[in-house]
Design a protein around this ligand. Structure first.
Ligand code: GTR
Length: 441
């Protein structure tokens, strides 16, 4: 209000002086600022969180409740998946008929002889000059049998994951960050290894696991018009899906399933033991991928926040309106209907986590990552428990958030670690322990 009245006075003044165009520009600039400044209020004070009501994942649309894992698997699961597709992430297309793979580099003596490094191009169509994604795969050299593999997308290109000059430098669009060697929206040689802090490659290999990662920009460059250079445009007719029927997060999630397609063909990989993971926006993508694709055996959400593991009806940290405003391309247009009315959304993120059941799920938060709402992530994991219980799987086993750096839970596990929004070695160690326990039951 206080912004609009001076606008009126200034506009009237310039209109009277005959400067119509200038007057209209002022109106436009002020109303833009007003919309931005007025509405999106962010709360990071626990005492100010208003009451909210979560939909019950076990309740059918006719009001009755399901009571068995069979009823969950035959109907209810699909219904909830469709609610997410329609209202949040969009439709998930399947595997393209002509997907094929070309290994363009193998080094059997990588990381000082401890690992085998493969680089594979995953072509989505028969046209090798068309649309594709480069996969970087490290496997432990000492393995006597197929190994379990962690897979996740990376933020700035495969060459940023570890300082290894043999990794193909991404030539795609990247965001700009001089410190990371990303200039003029392209990666430079200086970007090699610059994001290695997020990828504990040596530790993963030492523990007998593989790592498969690809650059998310190979699927869709991360800006509102980026879809025009991504799979939503290039695969439109092959997958028979309009670009408005899905969104960036689903395009990235779709890519994770294409990595899975490749891993199923690699004899050195135990494709029944693939752990899908992701940090932040790529944690959101990993959850949506795993909800759709049950080939992923274990799911690890690292600081995925709003639109990921955090409850969206709980007013704390990032909100639906804020995420839709900052990143209008991440979710389908229908999600914007809930900007001012999260209470009307027929789902919340505990239901997304429920779609992972009965598979092991790890949700991780960080103390200094209030934007991602650690408590909202904990509560979403907690409220997924009734679905896991249908399969006689134990969830967190606690009702209040655990102390810092003290993971809790069995098939659903949770920790809040010290520190900021990041994918750290501490996280990797917990996820490796979790995978080890789950696979060796
Ligand atoms: C933030 C966004 C979060 C999270 C994060 C990231 O700006 O608000 O939802 O996705 O980016 O991906 O690092």
């Amino acid at each position: 209000m206080y912004i609009q009245s001076p606008t009126f006075v200034i506009t009237a003044f310039f209109m009277l002086k005959g400067c119509r165009q200038f007057a209209f520009s002022i109106v436009f600039a002020f109303s833009f600022l007003a919309t931005f400044a007025q509405d999106i209020v962010i709360n990071q004070d626990e005492s100010k969180v208003p009451p909210y009501k979560l939909p019950d994942p076990l309740r059918r649309s006719n009001g009755t409740r399901i009571t068995s894992s069979e009823q969950w698997l035959n109907g209810q699961r699909q219904r909830i998946l469709q609610l997410f597709a329609r209202n949040v992430y969009g439709r998930m297309p399947g595997k393209p008929a002509n997907i094929h793979y070309k290994t363009f580099s193998i080094d059997s003596f990588a990381l000082g002889g401890t690992a085998i490094r493969k680089q594979i191009t995953i072509f989505f169509t028969n046209n090798v000059n068309g649309t594709s994604m480069d996969l970087l795969l490290y496997l432990p050299a000492s393995a006597k049998k197929p190994v379990p593999v962690f897979t996740g997308l990376n933020f700035y290109g495969n060459q940023t994951v570890i300082g290894d000059t043999a990794i193909r430098l991404s030539t795609r669009w990247t965001m700009n960050d001089e410190k990371l060697g990303l200039k003029n929206n392209r990666a430079t040689e200086a970007s090699r290894g610059k994001d290695s802090g997020k990828w504990a490659v040596e530790e993963i290999i030492r523990r007998g696991y593989g790592l498969a990662t690809a650059y998310y920009g190979d699927l869709e460059p991360d800006y509102p018009e980026g879809w025009k250079d991504g799979v939503r445009a290039t695969m439109k007719s092959v997958l028979a899906i309009d670009e408005t029927e899905w969104a960036a997060i689903s395009a990235w999630a779709w890519g994770l399933s294409r990595i899975m397609d490749y891993l199923e063909t690699d004899a050195a990989v135990d494709s029944k033991k693939i752990i899908v993971t992701g940090h932040s926006r790529l944690g959101k993508a990993c959850l949506w991928a795993a909800a759709n694709d049950q080939r992923f055996a274990i799911v690890v959400s690292n600081n995925s926040g709003e639109g990921g593991a955090a409850l969206s009806k709980r007013w704390f940290g990032e909100t639906i309106e804020r995420i839709n405003t900052s990143f209008p391309h991440w979710f389908v247009p229908a999600y914007k209907k809930y900007n001012k009315h999260p209470e009307l959304l027929p789902v919340d993120q505990h239901m997304l986590l429920s779609l992972i059941a009965p598979r092991p799920l790890y949700v991780a938060s960080a103390v200094d990552d209030l934007w991602a709402d650690p408590k909202g992530e904990f509560l979403a994991a907690k409220n997924a428990e009734p679905v896991y219980a249908l399969f006689h799987k134990k969830g967190l086993g606690v009702t209040i958030m655990p102390p810092v750096n003290q993971p809790v839970g069995e098939t659903i596990r949770y920790h809040i670690r010290e520190g900021k929004h990041d994918f750290t070695l501490y996280g990797w160690q917990q996820y490796l322990d979790f995978a080890h326990r789950q696979f060796n039951k």
